[in-house]
Design a binder for this molecule. Structure first.
Ligand code: PBG
Length: 339
């Protein structure tokens, strides 16, 4: 059969320009123009450690650049953060006295309530969240109350409810239970509602792995368990589906926001949670993650600003709306100093 030669039917494919992904990487302006992720200062939450007594802020050896404050010297820090553009802080206290039940954790005049009042009066524009746990208040350093050498779940939830109410009464906007007790969000919600604090939000530490990266925090908080470890209540780092179950439980119990930690070891969970839940997601770049970067930078092994920026971008990219990070203050300073 002769070939038809009509030009109308001879459709030549349109020329295809080869893909060259480098075109949009040529200049800093182009790269910035098409960047997918932004780490805005308003998304960073600065953790604040409060210690009893008076005097100047005290350095934490394993966390260079982070200090423990007394209530009396919180005001300048709060004002600095507010002016720098940081929107939120997460307050950690430590027991003035420690006992088997951790009762100082729910004292109306405890360190965290006093700190909340001091921060709120110095910097009314800061959102104040508080860590709700017992480990810095119990003589044995565990996150709950003991019955026969194991952490009793429901009695602990009852205590956590009291802690949350004490923090709410002092003016905390958000309470963040981190004890990993089953049902803690529901118990705390009920306690808040029963005392007229239905407006206080709950940021649930939903996915908290039993992690080696909390080491420096335990120095800061003097909360290393006196015996055993936290693996009977914190999650096994090998588990991801279980983390999603924890989150689903917290959503059902009435959580307003979900938190995962550590951050860099949970990027998969952030990405999966982002698909599955509509609540704001928070990632906690924990003390050990901070220490690793700080110490490597101090040795000249990595460039601090670049390395920190890269981790924060990755955490945002994975799906976090907010990032709790000890670098918040540094990032604010770097952005003031300009690129
Ligand atoms: C309290 C609590 C811990 C952290 C946050 N809340 C310590 C722990 O569970 O041992 C760790 C934060 C950090 O390492 O920066 N339970």
């Amino acid at each position: 059969m002769p070939r038809r030669k009509s030009s109308a039917s001879r459709l030549t494919p349109a020329p295809h320009r080869p893909v060259r992904l480098r075109r949009l990487r040529r200049t800093a302006e182009l790269r910035d123009w098409v960047a997918e992720t932004e780490v805005e200062l308003r998304r960073l939450v600065y953790p604040i450690f409060v210690r009893p007594g008076r005097g100047r802020p005290e350095p934490i050896v394993s966390m260079p650049g982070v200090e423990r404050y007394t209530v009396g010297n919180l005001a300048p820090l709060a004002r600095e953060l507010e002016q720098a553009g940081i929107r939120g802080v997460l307050v950690f206290g430590v027991g003035r006295t420690k006992d088997a039940e951790g009762s100082d954790a729910w004292a109306a005049d405890g360190l965290v309530p006093e700190a909340v009042r001091a921060i709120k009066s110095a910097a009314p524009g800061l959102v104040v969240a508080t860590d709700v746990c017992l480990c810095a208040y119990t003589s044995h350093g565990h996150c709950g109350v003991l019955r026969n050498r194991s952490i009793a779940n429901d009695p602990t939830c009852d205590r956590l409810g009291r802690v949350a109410v004490a923090h709410a009464r002092a003016g905390a906007d958000v309470v963040a239970p981190s004890a990993m007790m089953d049902g803690q969000v529901g118990w705390i919600g009920a306690a808040l509602d029963a005392t007229g604090f239905e407006g206080t939000a709950i940021l649930a530490y939903s996915s908290k792995h039993a992690s080696a990266f909390y080491g420096p925090f335990r120095e800061a908080e003097q909360s290393t368990p006196a015996f055993g470890d936290r693996r009977a209540y914190q999650m096994d780092p090998r588990n991801g589906r279980e983390a999603l179950r924890e989150m689903a439980c917290d959503v059902a119990e009435g959580a307003d926001m979900l938190l995962v930690k550590p951050a860099l070891t949970s990027l998969d969970l952030l990405a999966r949670a982002r698909e599955r839940f509509t609540l704001p997601l928070v990632a906690y770049q924990v003390s050990g993650e901070y220490a690793m970067l700080k110490l490597a930078a101090a040795q000249g092994i990595v460039d601090e600003r670049a390395a920190v920026g890269e981790t924060l971008a990755a955490i945002r990219r994975a799906g976090a709306d907010l990032i709790v990070t000890y670098f918040a203050r540094d990032v604010a300073r770097w952005s003031r100093e300009g690129r």
